[in-house]
Write a protein that binds this ligand. Structure first.
Ligand code: SF4
Length: 488
């Protein structure tokens, strides 16, 4: 599904002016307005030009036999094109008169996207008629000193498979899109994952809770808090997700390092599922002592993919080290699958310290277990439990005290994050399975490395002695049965 920001970005990207009005008797109420930076000084002229165009639209639209009205009007400075929806919404596109670069087909494409956004907005039950449709993303980065987009490797792999290009090429395509929109840095969320994995092992060693349920999955967290709060919340690992750690890196570490006020920083992320939008809106992910969100906007893979055809050339990043790695196509990989590899990472670190041999078993579809034996004795039992059917089985076992793992990586999607709801889809089941296999293979091929982790950790600790607090979050039991909360 496209979003308003993508239409607006198309509009900005081509340095054009776009306007939509409603036909209400003699009134044309403005619903959405976007004007290029260059033309802002001429906004009065552009408005006058649009009013002239609307007169022509009124004459032309009753006779038109299709919704795209084509070229409407031009003067020495501007030319306009029109589209009228079957509910009477008028859309006007204004180009500089000398702009010859857009073909008729491209102009139709812009109107198509614009119309989709309009439909999405009015389908929103909270939308107030007459209000301008705003773009959270582009309004967000406007006038910001620092704007950062974090992209998940699952999104990169999904886009690379769909477009038949290699993951590093997909990363360069994605970063080119954002850099051309004025974004300062495009980052790999796997950099945040490196912090998660370090902190997760420390937590496992210092926390006696067994099994410890580790999940960067907002789908499972929501289920745990609302459905089995008393049982599951005490078992949840407090480690943040990579998205949430990236938010802290941008809004605390970079803010302090570059000495930029929070109000001048914008952070967006691209994630494989829509639940990440819910995660970013949790009150736990406000910068402490402020109302500023650590992640201001979350886009899904599908939303990002729909605008990538706008990229006409690869835009290089001027940033050094980890800040420019993604733009250079360096993607950090991890063993243990496309959901972040928490379980596999724990096994590796445990063996590095205590020795031992791992024995791996697939005990059901989307459940696998690794047991580590030291001198013939099982010292560690780690499971990956994916999908709600398996999660419900795990809950049943927990209730009767028969879930005997030390550590469980839990994910709501049956095949993990490579198969998230915001990823690109195929039509048939067979095609979907094939697509998922390709995405998993692409993820496994990621092998980039970074030597910036310890540098950032050291710098962050000097800038903020409490920096480690940003690696953790908290969960709470959510009462959903009203009768439990009533006082009689
Ligand atoms: S498992 Fe699915 S719902 Fe959970 S974080 Fe991954 S993509 Fe999102």
């Amino acid at each position: 599904m496209l979003t308003i920001r993508q239409v607006q970005s198309s509009v900005y990207g081509r340095k054009i002016y776009c306007y939509a009005g409603t036909a209400l008797g003699y009134f044309n109420v403005r619903l959405f307005n976007a004007i290029s930076e260059k033309q802002k000084v001429n906004s009065y002229d552009v408005d006058l030009f649009i009013y002239c165009t609307l007169d022509i639209m009124d004459e032309k639209s009753p006779k038109a036999n299709e919704m795209y009205l084509g070229h409407l009007y031009n003067d020495q400075k501007y030319k306009s094109f029109g589209f009228i929806s079957n509910t009477g919404i008028r859309m006007v596109l204004v180009l500089e008169a000398g702009c010859l670069s857009l073909k008729d087909q491209e102009i139709r494409g812009i109107f198509k996207k614009f119309h989709t956004q309009y439909c999405n907005a009015i389908s929103n039950p909270f939308y107030k008629f007459g209000e301008e449709i705003q773009s959270k993303f582009l309004n967000g980065i406007k006038d910001k000193q620092l704007s950062v987009v974090t992209v998940s490797p699952q999104s990169v792999c999904s886009i690379s498979v769909k477009r038949g290009i290699r993951p590093f090429e997909a990363a360069q395509l994605i970063s080119s899109y954002f850099l051309s929109k004025g974004i300062s840095y495009v980052l790999d969320s796997s950099f945040g994952r490196l912090f998660c994995l370090e902190a997760a092992f420390e937590e496992f060693q210092s926390n006696a809770t067994r099994p410890l349920l580790v999940s960067a999955c907002p789908g499972f967290i929501c289920y745990a808090e609302k459905t089995h709060g008393k049982l599951l919340v005490p078992l949840l690992s407090r480690i943040r997700s990579p998205q949430a750690i990236q938010g802290a890196i941008v809004k605390d570490y970079l803010a302090r390092k570059l000495d930029i006020p929070l109000s001048s920083i914008y952070h967006a992320s691209v994630m494989p599922c829509f639940d990440k939008k819910l995660e970013s809106s949790r009150s736990d992910f406000l910068v402490p002592g402020s109302e500023v969100r650590e992640t201001d906007c979350v886009l899904s893979t599908v939303e990002l993919d729909s605008v990538l055809n706008e990229v006409t050339q690869i835009v290089p990043s001027e940033a050094d080290g980890w800040l420019g790695d993604f733009a250079r196509g360096v993607l950090l990989g991890n063993p243990g699958g496309s959901s972040g590899g928490f379980a596999e990472d724990l096994v590796r670190r445990f063996i590095a310290i205590h020795g031992g041999e791992p024995v791996r078993k697939q005990i059901a579809k989307n459940i696998d277990v690794t047991e580590v034996f030291v001198d013939g004795t099982m010292r560690l039992s780690v499971a990956r439990v994916y999908g709600f059917r398996n999660i419900q089985n795990m809950v049943r076992k927990l209730k009767i005290g028969k879930c005997n793992y030390d550590y469980v990586e839990v994910m709501a999607c049956p095949s993990g994050c490579g198969n998230g709801g915001g990823q690109l889809r195929a039509d048939t089941t067979d095609e979907r399975n094939e697509l998922l296999n390709k995405v998993e293979n692409a993820y496994e091929s990621l092998n980039g490395t970074t030597d910036s982790l310890s540098t950032v950790m050291t710098e962050w600790s000097l800038l903020n002695p409490d920096w480690k607090n940003f690696l953790y979050t908290q969960y709470r039991i959510v009462e959903t049965n009203i009768s439990q909360t009533l006082q009689w």
